[in-house]
Structures are given as structure tokens and as C-alpha cells.
Write a protein that binds this ligand. Sequence first.
Ligand code: NAP
Length: 264
Amino acid sequence: MSAKPFAPTVLVTGAAKRLGREVALALAAAGWRVAVHYRDSVEDAIKTVADCASLTGGAAAFRCNLGSETAVRNLLPTVIEQMGQVDALVNSASTFEHDTPESFTFAAMEKHLRSNAGAAVLLAQALHTHMAERFPATQEQPATNTGAVVNLLDQKLWNQNPDFFSYTLSKAALEAANTMLALSLSPRLRVVGVAPGLTLTSHLLDDSKFAALHKLSPLGHSSTAKDVAATVLFALQNQSITGTTLLVDGGQHLMRFERDFSLM
Ligand SMILES: NC(=O)c1ccc[n+]([C@@H]2O[C@H](COP(=O)([O-])OP(=O)(O)OC[C@H]3O[C@@H](n4cnc5c(N)ncnc54)[C@H](OP(=O)(O)O)[C@@H]3O)[C@@H](O)[C@H]2O)c1
């Protein structure tokens, strides 16, 4: 059996800022080396790398447009070349542009599906290949040799409305992929979904509206970024979870919202 030469290493997509950054920092604090993926937010990515490195001693930034299949296929090999190995993947990057069934176009669908579902599947496929090369099939597969993929989903899948239609379709595809990948890529990979509720605000919501909407749940609060990051860490640490999704949303998925939060 090959010994692991490095501390466990995780690739977090969309980790320059917002939820991806919070996940990267939580994993770094738990001892993971972090490959910080970004597309446009180079300065934020450099800051996330510096903050992760101060916690764990190993982090680097990797630029990739997840809408390009060629670029996505190059991403994991580049990370492996620079960091030596990858043990886990967190698919957090996401395109989030508004459309509805009335304004739907193939172009909008394709843009969301590529970055939000297609890239996540290709990266899982690449991680599976990497794990197979490190731990050939003839060898026993102890739990410590199992890689893991966490896919960021959305409570909106269980509480649907037609806003952000192409985004929601892409997350529905990723949720279905979560099950199929867990079946086909085991035992080398575990695949777990984490579905936040309303966690961070956007340019579409002012602070007071966000605060009011954040309270709109059976528990009286939705998720914080720290809640989501802690759940991703749990999913990576627990060796017996695969093919399921952990909803971290204060129970928002149990409610019925006619519109997306940003349009309520
Ligand atoms: N925030 C919430 O309240 C919330 C609620 C439910 C679910 N979620 C899910 O949680 C995850 C993180 O949420 P978030 O709000 O932090 O996400 P976000 O701010 O909307 O996007 C995160 C990053 O994704 C990257 N990205 C977008 N399109 C890309 C592409 N084509 N190629 C490469 N990178 C691309 C961007 O990186 P650059 O800036 O570097 O370009 C962006 O900073 C998402 O999957 C989201 O669906 C979030």
C-alpha cells in the first residue's frame, strides 16, 4: 500500500470568497492542505491561500473557468502536479443567474449545467482516476484510502419555485449525479451533498431584508457560513456517509416559498 506522503489535500472550487472561502478556512484549520480554485477573483484567492497557509502550512491557488471542458480536465492534474496528491474535492463554485421558464434559453441552461454540474462530475471522475492510480484495485481499500467529494446543493431543490430556473435545473442535475456517482465511484470515492439554506446575502437583497428572510425557517434562523463549512468538514471526516445530502438550512426546505429569496 502506498503511504500518503502529504497531509490530506482538498480542492475547493470557488474558494476565493464567500462560502467557498469559509469552507477552505475550516478545512485548513482541521489540518487539510487546500487547493484554492478561483476564476476571476485573483486577489481574494491570494488572500484565501495566505489565510489557509497560516493555519495549515500548505495552500495554493489555481485558476480555471469551469465552463470550459478542456480547462476543467486540466485542473486536477495541475493541482496534483503542484501539491503532490488530492484526497478530496468540494464543488462549491456556482453560476447563479436569474431566469424563469418564460425567459429560459438553451444558452442559459448550458452555462449553468456546464459550471454547476458538468464540471463537478468531471472533477469527481478525475479524482476517482487519481485514487485508482494511487491505490490499485488489487489492494485492499481501507477507509483512509477512500477519497471524498462534497457537492454544494441548495435547499431550493426541496422547496421549488420557478425563479433562477436554469440554476435550479443544474443543481437538480448535480443532486442526481450525487447518487449516481456515489454508486459508480465507490469504494474509491464517497460522494455527499451539502444543501445550504439562505446563508449569504447578494446584491439583490439589502441587509435588513436579508436578516428578515434569514429568520424565515422552522428554527427561526437559516444556515450560517460556519454551519455549512462545519458540515462539509463532517462529510469529509465521516467515512460511512455516501450518496446522500445533508440539508443545513434551519428547516427552510420544509417550507413553501413562492419566489426565490432575492425576489420575495
Ligand atoms: N450563498 C448562499 O446563501 C447559498 C445558498 C444555497 C446554496 N448555496 C450554494 O453554495 C455554494 C457557494 O455559494 P456562494 O454564494 O459562495 O457562491 P457564489 O458567490 O455565487 O459563487 C462562488 C464562486 O463561483 C465561482 N464561479 C462561478 N462561475 C464560475 C465558472 N464558470 N468557472 C469558475 N468559477 C466560477 C466564482 O469565482 P470567481 O469569483 O473567482 O470568478 C464565485 O466567486 C454554491 O454552490 C451555491 O449554489 C449558497
